[in-house]
Ligand binder design. Structure first.
Ligand SMILES: CC(C)(COP(=O)(O)OP(=O)(O)OC[C@H]1O[C@@H](n2cnc3c(N)ncnc32)[C@H](O)[C@@H]1OP(=O)(O)O)[C@@H](O)C(=O)NCCC(=O)NCCS
Length: 190
């Protein structure tokens, strides 16, 4: 099956008043590469998030998301349809297979509009409903990432603890702050 383009825009998995979340299309590659190719984005992401972030990286990422089964990584769009970032899940390994990590980013031009908070809240509900094996959603935030700390708190996640000096990003040592949201907490929100 051909990968989708904007001509065959895929159906959103979640929709809020601030954004919607849908599968990637190949047309997202350029705008998302342009948005992701900034220190303000890469600084708080894992090193597996490329820096610099090229068009080739973006195409590779989108193709891998579109062919993964189940699909767990998606494009965050502004209400007018502009691709504005990404959100996705990674299943835990071994005995942590019922813990899934959530990760997200939003293009700088869209910051402060409530997009990440709104996307995370709605996407967390979608994830719990979509994957019965999830008991716990988890997120790790580097110390200093004040925006993301706020996003997680406002999306209903609980701060659980601080893994001291767990992160070294670009030579800078940081703490990793762990947040979680349990299945029963999400079900209580619906
Ligand atoms: C973190 C991030 C996703 C937030 O996206 P966003 O769409 O701007 O988030 P929201 O608008 O929902 O909320 C962010 C809140 O944090 C605030 N904020 C942002 N940067 C801040 C800072 N440096 N200090 C204090 N507050 C900050 C915003 O003002 C906003 O609060 P407000 O609505 O009360 O004004 C975005 O900044 C980003 O992609 N950063 C780089 C990648 C990243 O950190 N990803 C998360 C990894 S855990």
């Amino acid at each position: 099956m051909a990968a989708p383009t904007s001509e065959t825009a895929p159906v959103a998995i979640v929709k809020t008043d601030k954004c919607f979340v849908r599968p990637y299309t190949l047309d997202d590659a350029l705008p998302l590469a342009t948005a992701a190719n900034h220190q303000v984005i890469t600084n708080y992401m894992r090193n597996s998030f490329p820096n610099p972030y090229t068009l080739q990286d973006s195409n590779f990422w989108i193709n891998s998301c579109l062919t993964s089964n189940p699909m767990v990584n998606f494009c965050i769009c502004a209400p007018d349809g502009t691709p504005a970032g990404g959100i996705g899940l990674t299943q835990g390994r071994d005995v942590e297979y019922r813990t899934w990590e959530v990760g997200y980013w939003v293009a700088q031009e869209h910051w402060g509009k409530g997009i990440a908070t709104s996307a995370l809240r709605a996407f967390s509900v979608w994830a719990i409903q979509q994957f019965p094996e999830i008991l716990r959603l988890e997120a790790g935030v580097h110390s200093g990432n004040e925006g993301s700390l706020k996003v997680l708190e406002r999306a209903g996640y609980t701060k659980e603890g601080v893994r001291r000096k767990a992160v070294c990003k670009g030579g800078e040592i940081r703490d990793m702050i762990t947040f979680s949201l349990l299945r029963e907490e999400v079900e209580g929100m619906i």
